[in-house]
Design a binder for this molecule. Structure first.
Ligand code: ATP
Ligand code: MG
Length: 411
């Protein structure tokens, strides 16, 4: 990856332009963290970048961002720019191409404002980013109030970086977030959701929830769970449970957060998912995860067939992970989780066959289609799942005995 990005820099240089690795990559490089992707900042204008790299896509041309393919991998090459005034709290009205210094100043935090010259192995630091990385602090570039007023999403980004890097937010930056937190709703729900989910599935979700709460952001984006007088327990449980999740997906993490918001947790969760613009499919999975937890809690009391059905869910491992987190945070012991996991393994070693009989068989046996079909099939399936019926012949025998073909059943 670095080889390819270096090739891009070399070629831009060869044509007389300045070019550096920029932003997140430099931060992660100094922290010796695995970087996600390499973004390149250059003095070359977009048309020139496209001319030099025919395999490129003008993904954000109005901001000067071109995606260049190198050795089959995409890299963002962005022209140095400064942002013109922000009017909507989200995006600059337009941008102007500029030099590297101005490009550093338009970035959000000092830790994200560094450049690196890979050919000379040299750091270019206009914003004292290196010192802040060494001191593990998050500080806006420029006056915090101004920078958050320009783009409200930066408030959530500050919290996300604090959590993902284990950094502290400096007081002046923090105070500005607290002051401007009500304005977070000027940002689209999609972008709020993306930041929220990154915080929830990151390495310190509990701290993330604390910071979201203390900053005043949480009450605006998730009033249902932001603690008033009575709700601190809800948030505390969520924090413990989130901390207990291992490698969670966004769906599982959000289920932890949205469960228990009310007695009818499922309905409330569905509304919140809609607000956060989750897809219908994700919302349905979250609601099912939340509403099924009761059954997992009572797993030991379920009859065999119901337990088998419960553990046969396609996303059973998500359900069990949620249950595990809840056992740790709310129930205070994992024995119920182990019970379910052992049962799951037991069932996996004796998989259930296809149902022995179906509606067609009942018709052949002389039953008339109707509500009774469902009852008969369900009864037979229960007995099959529990092992009381072992063959198709036994199933037919059972139907003949317990649902005799009298007027009552074949009406
Ligand atoms: P990650 O590892 O999460 O990708 P990143 O620092 O690369 O972190 P990106 O969102 O990919 O973050 O953005 C790349 C760079 O663009 C940032 O490092 C920062 O310099 C700049 N940037 C991104 N979003 C903003 C913003 N809202 N305001 C100002 N600068 C931003
Ligand atoms: Mg990035």
């Amino acid at each position: 990856m670095q080889r390819a990005a270096q090739r891009i820099v070399e070629k831009l240089r060869a044509h007389g332009h300045e070019a550096f690795f920029a932003g997140g990559w430099v931060r992660d490089f100094l922290l010796r963290r695995k970087p996600k992707d390499i973004d390149i900042a250059t003095s070359a204008h977009p048309e020139e970048v496209i001319r030099l790299f025919p395999k490129s896509l003008a993904i954000g041309a109005q901001f000067g961002v071109i995606q260049v393919l190198m050795y089959g991998h995409p890299y963002e090459v962005a022209t140095f720019r400064s942002d013109n005034p922000y009017f909507d709290g989200r995006r600059p009205s337009s941008v102007e191409f500029s030099g590297p210094e101005q490009d550093a100043y338009r970035r959000d935090f000092t830790i994200n404002g560094l450049f690196y010259d890979p050919l000379a192995d040299r750091l270019i630091d206009y914003v004292h980013g290196k010192a802040d990385i060494q001191n593990r602090i998050i500080r806006t570039i420029g006056i915090p109030k101004d920078r958050f007023t320009e783009d409200k999403l930066r408030m959530m980004r500050a919290i996300r970086f604090a959590c993902s890097l284990s950094f502290e937010i400096v007081p002046e930056t923090w105070e500005a977030i607290r002051l401007l937190s009500p304005e977070i709703l000027q940002i689209s729900w999609e972008r709020i959701r993306d930041e929220l989910l990154k915080i929830l599935i990151g390495p310190s979700p509990a701290r993330g929830l604390d910071l979201l709460h203390e900053s005043g952001i949480l009450v605006h984006i998730l009033p249902e769970i932001a603690p008033g007088q009575s709700q601190t327990e809800l948030l505390n449980n969520a924090k413990t449970a989130l901390g207990a999740l291992r490698n969670p997906s966004a769906v599982v993490a959000l289920s932890v957060l949205l469960q228990g918001t009310e007695k009818s947790g499922g309905e409330r969760a569905r509304l919140i998912c809609r607000r956060l613009r989750m897809s219908n499919e994700e919302a349905a999975r979250i609601v099912d995860l939340i509403t099924s937890q009761g059954s997992f809690s009572h797993a030991k009391d379920l009859r065999g067939a119901d337990l088998r059905r419960l553990l046969n869910k396609p996303d059973i491992h998500d359900h069990l992970e949620l249950h595990r987190a809840n056992c740790i945070s709310i129930r205070g012991g994992l024995d119920n989780y182990w019970f379910c996991l052992n049962k799951l393994n037991e069932f996996a070693s004796s998989p259930v066959a296809e149902p022995f009989i179906g509606g067609e068989d009942l018709i052949k046996m002389g039953y008339s289609p109707g509500p009774i079909f469902k009852e008969i099939l369900r009864t037979v399936e229960d007995l099959q799942l529990e092992g009381a019926i072992q063959t198709r012949e036994e199933a037919i025998e059972h139907v003949r005995t317990f649902f005799p073909l009298t007027n009552k059943f074949n009406l």
